[in-house]
Design a protein around this ligand. Structure first.
Ligand code: MG
Length: 318
C-alpha cells in the first residue's frame, strides 16, 4: 500500500495559560498530517508533542516530516524512530482512522471526565460551573507555590467541594521526599483519589517506597510518558496507577498490546491536543482506561477547536 502525505503546522493559544511546576504553558503547537491511499478515503493524524514531559520537540518532529517523501509505504510508517513517540502516535492513529474510517460515537459523558481546575486559589471558585455540568472528578496542580500555602488551599477546596466529588492532585514531579510525605499524610486524611507524580522521574525507588507507606494511591505520569517507559516501570514492580497520555506514548498498537497483556490501573489522559488527536486518544481510552476512574480529558476549557474547523483552516477547504 502506498500512502500520500501532506502536513500542516498549527499553533493556538490556550484560553488561559496552564500553570504547572514546569512553568506557564501558553501556546499549543503541533502538526496535523493528512494521509490517503485512495482519494476518497482521507484520514488525519496529530502530532502534539510535550517536550518538557518527555516527548520529542516540535522541531524534531518537523525535521522528520521535512525528510519524508510525499508518498510512503506501510513499512516506512512502522519504522519511525522511538525518539519520536508523538510522531509515531500521529501516524498510527491516522492509519487506524483510515481503517475504521468513522470513529465510534464518543461514549464519555462529563461524569467520566476529570475536570482540570486552574492552579492556585482560583480553583476555589472554578469547580461550581463544571459541577453543575455533571463533572464529579476534579484535578488540581500542586508544587507551584509554598507547600504550607497550597496545603491550606487544599483544605479549603476539600471543605467547599460537595459530597460525591473526587479530587486528584498532580505535583508534576516537583516535590522533594519530605514534602511528598507531608502531602501524602494530608491526602490520607482528606481522602484524595490519588497523587500524581510527587517526585521526579529519576526517584523511582522512593516512589515505590511512598506507594507502600500510604493509603492514598500514587500515579506515575512523567515517569511513564512513553510505552517504553511504561513497560520499564511495570517490569520494575510498579503496582500503582499509570497515567497514560496516548498522544505522546508512541505507536497505538504497542500501547494497546501492553495494556491488554497486563492488568494495570490505567488512567488515560489528554495532552491538550486539538480535537483530531483527542478523538483518537479517547478511542484508546475507551478501550483501555480503567472504567472505575474518570479519564483525564476534562480540558475543553483550555483549548477547544473542532476537527472540521481546524482542517478547513489549515487546508483552506470550503
Ligand atoms: Mg500529570
Amino acid at each position: 500500500m502506498i500512502y500520500h502525505l501532506e502536513f500542516r503546522l498549527y499553533s493556538f493559544p490556550f484560553t488561559t495559560p496552564l500553570v504547572t511546576s514546569h512553568g506557564s504553558w501558553e501556546i499549543r503547537s503541533g502538526i496535523i498530517l493528512k494521509i490517503w491511499a485512495e482519494p476518497q478515503k482521507v484520514a488525519y493524524g496529530e502530532i502534539a508533542p510535550i517536550p518538557w514531559f518527555g516527548s520529542e520537540t516540535l522541531e524534531a518532529a518537523l525535521e522528520f516530516f521535512q525528510g519524508l517523501p510525499s508518498q510512503l509505504t506501510h513499512e516506512e510508517i512502522e519504522n519511525i524512530p522511538d525518539r519520536l513517540p508523538a510522531t509515531q502516535f500521529g501516524f498510527s492513529s491516522a492509519i487506524e482512522s483510515l481503517e475504521f474510517l468513522k470513529n465510534p460515537p464518543n461514549p464519555f459523558q462529563n461524569a467520566n471526565f476529570s475536570y482540570l481546575l486552574p492552579t492556585g486559589k482560583t480553583a476555589l471558585n472554578a469547580w461550581q460551573k463544571p459541577w453543575q455540568d455533571g463533572y464529579r472528578t476534579f484535578k488540581w496542580k500542586i508544587g507551584v507555590s509554598a507547600p504550607e500555602q497550597e496545603l491550606e488551599q487544599l483544605r479549603q477546596l476539600m471543605n467547599s467541594l460537595p459530597l460525591g466529588a473526587k479530587l486528584r492532585l498532580d505535583a508534576n514531579g516537583s516535590l522533594n521526599l519530605a514534602q511528598a510525605h507531608l502531602w501524602l499524610q494530608e491526602c490520607d486524611r482528606l481522602n484524595i483519589e490519588f497523587l500524581e507524580q510527587p517526585l521526579p522521574v529519576d526517584n523511582f525507588q522512593d516512589l515505590l517506597t511512598l506507594a507502600e507507606k500510604y493509603r492514598t494511591s500514587i500515579a506515575l505520569d512523567e515517569s511513564v510518558a512513553t510505552t517504553a517507559q511504561l513497560e520499564a516501570c511495570y517490569a520494575q514492580g510498579w503496582k500503582g496507577i499509570y497515567v497514560i497520555k496516548p498522544s505522546i506514548a508512541g505507536y497505538s498498537d504497542r500501547l494497546r498490546s501492553f495494556c491488554r497483556s497486563f492488568n494495570i490501573d490505567a488512567v488515560f489522559s489528554s495532552s491538550l491536543e486539538t480535537a483530531i488527536g483527542r478523538t483518537q486518544a479517547l478511542r484508546l481510552a475507551q478501550e483501555l482506561s480503567n472504567p472505575q476512574r474518570a479519564v483525564g480529558f476534562g480540558v475543553d476549557q483550555w483549548l477547544n477547536i473542532s476537527s472540521k474547523a481546524l482542517i478547513q483552516q489549515l487546508w483552506q477547504e470550503p
